[in-house]
Design a protein around this ligand. Structure first.
Ligand code: FAD
Ligand code: SF4
Length: 486
């Protein structure tokens, strides 16, 4: 038996990826090949030089089958629709697809939980998964602490004292010089920036386990508390109390089961941490598995959904970070310089801005798929098109995730040093998120005004005078027409 691991031109180029993302993937592949060899396996590890003449993945595999007189070809089930279609087109009789162990819900059970074009809600799915795996349950199989979800206890902003206590994130010094030279030689187009010599992401199983241990020891006790917080006043403002484990999880260096069970073990030493641990488990056992179900139930149609018919183009600052909106500047610069931004920056700053300004979801998808090191279509697409852009009409979320500057001001210190004034709704210095928020609600009132979760917002809008409404509309239209100058 021989394992084949290959750097592929079509995979490196189907979207413009962040340079750190490609470098980290290639380095993780090198490390995996080395680990397999050390364990006594035969490995064929091909780099971009070796695969240059093959136009795509299947052409390479067809060639290898012939070259080595392969009797039996096995591959691990890809997580993406695109690759699944491509690999299933291989015309070789002795081909077997093997399931992956890196999700908790077996692939063949997805249709029992998720139906195409039907709205599903994460909370119901999450409770089923908690019961199925017995995570955080008491002896009577009820939720530990009497609640399934401690979200209401979490979501705190960071006070001045909290800022000084944020721990330094764990990083790794992985040399990538030879990979960067190779990418340059082959003219692979990338986005974002990289330190010329090293990347800090975990790129081996050992490093992934160190990252998990560090998270459990130093960060988990405040994970839920500061999950939604944002700051520009700490040297550690990129990761805060987040685990940074998504790249390791999505590249299968560590399994979700191991991550969840290691986090739950922390509870034995301190039951006070239940709300923090539950919050973390919910992200992986709940959200991560849930978005995968939505993806597979709805592909390939999902990638074309655009119920709000948004068509605007992304402004330049998505690539250069050069904007006066302080929240966007920080969230974009985290993304461009680290290939990472935490969930609330992705959802309530960048995603919120794209939704309020009506950016075409195809452009939003391509940007998100490229910029984040953890971005693989099965997880990026439902998060972007569904959760963040509501382009699926509510298959994943019960309401659009939108907010005015008020929410960003509550959860961050960004507004304190912004050119725009968060308290102002109209005028030259008015925070763009304010008028854009009301304009979005006004524009889409036929779709959303009867949504119970938006009742309060529409009551508020309807109370405004005709002049006030007209001024807000005018301001929002002005901002939409001058997107590139914000
Ligand atoms: P933590 O905050 O420490 O959370 C722990 C883990 O929970 C994560 O590592 C991740 O595996 C899982 N998780 C949390 N939220 C989600 C979610 N909504 N969907 C799936 N898994 C989740 N996540 C990706 O892995 N890849 C993506 O391409 C991606 N794109 C996103 C795009 C948008 C618009 C939004 C709103 C979210 C996206 N997410 C994506 C989900 C989430 O933002 C990231 O998983 C998280 O920020 C990764 O950082 P972390 O490991 O520090 O996460
Ligand atoms: Fe962002 Fe508005 Fe606050 Fe500026 S004032 S940081 S644009 S929310």
């Amino acid at each position: 038996m021989c394992y084949t691991i290959a750097e592929l031109h079509d995979e490196a180029g189907y979207v413009k990826h962040h340079i750190q993302k490609i470098a980290a993937f290639f380095l993780a592949m090198e490390n995996f090949a080395a680990a397999l060899k050390k364990a006594g396996h035969n490995v064929l590890h091909m780099n971009l030089d070796d695969t240059e003449t093959f136009k795509d993945t299947t052409t390479l595999i067809d060639h290898l089958i012939k070259q080595y007189g392969v009797q039996n070809f096995e591959y691990q089930r890809p997580d993406e629709y695109r690759l699944t279609i491509s690999l299933s087109s291989i015309q070789f009789e002795q081909t077997h697809c093997v399931d992956t162990e890196h999700f908790l819900l077996p692939f063949e059970e997805i249709p029992q939980h998720f139906k195409a074009n039907k709205a599903h809600r994460m909370e119901a799915f999450y409770r089923k998964m908690r019961k199925r795996y017995g995570y955080l349950l008491n002896d009577r199989e009820e939720p530990l602490g009497g609640q399934w979800n401690f979200d209401q206890d979490n979501r705190k902003a960071l006070s001045k004292e909290d800022l000084t206590a944020i721990p330094e994130p764990i990083t790794f010094q992985n040399s990538v010089q030879s990979i960067l030279t190779r990418l340059k030689r082959h003219g692979i187009q990338t986005m974002g920036t990289i330190d010329e010599t090293k990347i800090q992401l975990p790129v081996s199983r050992t490093q992934a386990r160190k990252q998990l241990a560090y998270f459990c020891q130093s960060l988990l006790h405040h994970f839920g508390d500061f999950q939604d917080a944002m700051t520009c006043q700490s040297p550690h403002s990129v990761f805060l109390y987040h685990s940074g484990l998504s790249f390791a999880l999505n590249t299968k260096m560590i399994s979700p089961k191991e991550v969840i069970e290691t986090a739950i073990k922390q509870l034995h030493s301190n039951l006070d941490n239940l709300s923090q641990v539950e919050g973390f488990v919910r992200q992986i056992l709940g959200w991560r598995e849930f978005v995968r179900g939505i993806y597979w139930a709805n592909m390939p149609d999902y990638q074309n959904k655009n119920v709000l018919q948004h068509s605007a183009s992304m402004p330049h600052y998505f690539w250069d970070g050069d904007t006066q909106m302080n929240c966007m500047k920080h969230a974009l610069s985290h993304s461009l310089s680290h290939g990472y931004a935490h969930h609330i920056e992705r959802l309530m700053v960048i995603g919120n801005f794209c939704l309020l300004t009506g950016i075409n979801p195809n452009e939003v998808d391509n940007w998100y798929l490229g910029v984040y090191a953890d971005a693989i279509e099965w997880v990026q697409l439902p998060n972007t098109r569904g959760m963040s852009q509501f382009a699926d009409g509510g298959l994943l979320a019960s309401k659009p995730y939108i907010s005015s500057g008020q929410y960003i001001n509550k959860m961050s210190d960004y507004c304190q040093s912004c050119t725009y004034k968060v308290k102002e709704k109209v005028g030259p210095k008015a925070c763009p998120f304010n008028s854009l928020y009301w304009h979005f609600l006004d524009t889409h009132k036929d779709r959303f005004q009867s949504n119970p979760r938006l009742k309060f917002a529409y009551t508020n809008w309807n109370k405004r005078s005709t002049q006030e409404k007209s001024a807000l509309r005018k301001q929002a239209v002005f901002y939409k027409e001058s997107l590139g100058q914000l």
